[in-house]
Design a protein around this ligand. Structure first.
Ligand code: PCA
Length: 195
């Protein structure tokens, strides 16, 4: 049976919830054809999130990695096109000074997921989706960069809107819609990658 590693994130900053934490838990052990999901929830820290994600890849040996995080203010599911070799931002443990994630790494790394096809499939079903061309410089970008730099399996990152009831209700979605949207995304991805 093929394995899909799905990562979500803990809440961070002023947010008391992170929908990707619930989505990861809800989809854990779910089967999509001949593939099964293994989920983990990552800490939002520069020195821990990417390392925990990488360890999970080594332990679980997945065929596909789908990392997810929340981008409050976005109004649709946004698969990220590229991760950049740069990190900065304030986490619970303090401020990470602006700087390269990997001294000798390439400036940018492209997602290995079939983004155009994925977005058209979702849009066809009425699920709002759009490719994003920046994953930012915070921990989500760092996780995406690290996964792409240190593995060669199909891997990528998906940002989702905030969920209703969270600190920012602007552009938020009901959690059930986010879960359903991500369920369909994983389904399409598994189908596309087996062809
Ligand atoms: N979003 C943040 C980090 C964790 C999350 O869910 C980001 O976009 O970097």
């Amino acid at each position: 049976m093929r394995k899909i590693l799905l990562t979500g994130f803990e809440p961070f900053g002023s947010f008391e919830s992170n929908p990707t934490q619930y989505i990861a838990k809800a989809l854990d052990k779910t089967q999509f054809g001949d593939a099964v999901v293994e989920s983990i929830v990552l800490p939002v820290e520069f020195d821990k999130g990417p390392a925990v994600a990488l360890k999970a890849v080594h332990d679980c040996k997945p065929d596909i990695v789908i990392a997810t995080g929340m981008a409050a203010g976005r109004d649709r599911i946004t698969p990220e096109r590229v991760a950049i070799n740069w990190g900065e931002g304030k986490t619970a443990l303090g401020f990470r000074e602006s700087g390269k994630l990997e001294q000798d790494g390439p400036d940018g790394l492209f997602s290995r997921l079939p983004l155009e096809e994925l977005v058209s499939q979702l849009e066809r079903e009425g699920i709002w989706a759009k490719i994003s061309n920046t994953a930012g410089t915070y921990v989500c970008n760092a996780v995406m960069y690290t996964l792409l730099h240190h593995t060669s399996i199909p891997a990528g990152f998906i940002h989702v809107p905030a969920m209703d009831g969270s600190e920012t209700s602007e552009s938020s979605w009901p959690l059930s819609d986010l879960q359903q949207g991500m369920h369909r995304l994983v389904h399409h991805l598994v189908t596309m990658l087996e062809q």
